[in-house]
Design a protein around this ligand. Sequence first.
Ligand code: ZN
Length: 243
Amino acid sequence: MLPFFPTPYPEELWYSVLCRYHLRTGNKKTSTTMKELFGKANASMNIFFANPGFYGVIDTLPNGLFDREELYDRHTLTPYVLRFSHDLRRTKTHQHIVWGAEEKEYTGSLKQWTSQDGGYLRFCPICAKRDLQTYGETYWHTPHQIQAMPLCPIHKCRLERADGAEMRTLRQKFYPASSIPNLKTTADCNVSEQEVKLSDMLYAFWNTPLVNDITSLPDSLFHLLQNKDIFLSGGIRWSGSRC
Ligand SMILES: [Zn+2]
């Protein structure tokens, strides 16, 4: 049983929660924390999808402390990436990540996201500043890691690449967002209208509940985008910069 565990912040990447746990343990070795969390010193973490699963960690915590479905939906990118996958693949991946069911075969979409070379975790300087003021620390925000997302969807400034947070080096490494060397970068608000539109659309997409009936998805997306003031009849409207 773990003696403590951080409560996830809003839209915090699950990997980020594990990083904050590692930070608070004071463990000098990554392998020590790995063993505490996953039962073995050489586990390999999937940064976006929470593989090897929540189960390794959550099973060591008091029953009912966390809602696994909530963690899956709001703290990993899995539902976002699998939205258009076949029902069976979505179900199997969900069962694997949330409940630890045996499932070796990831979908092509997940493989593409996991094998990106040269990819880095990203952050918004304004969100980071707000986090520090609110929580005393910052964290990795899940929507900031959506590959095509050019801007922070809240502040409309350019997302910054975190120095040293190269994806391919993180699978066996805890890199808390508070360790970003360029954290206090000034926000770059020199952005285009198209980038704002794209960010708004992707963020609306991220916030659209995952439905089993894929035929209803276009309608639900359209209504959500309408509510977000993104659609005009026959076009897309810029909702304006908040930077
Ligand atoms: Zn932001």
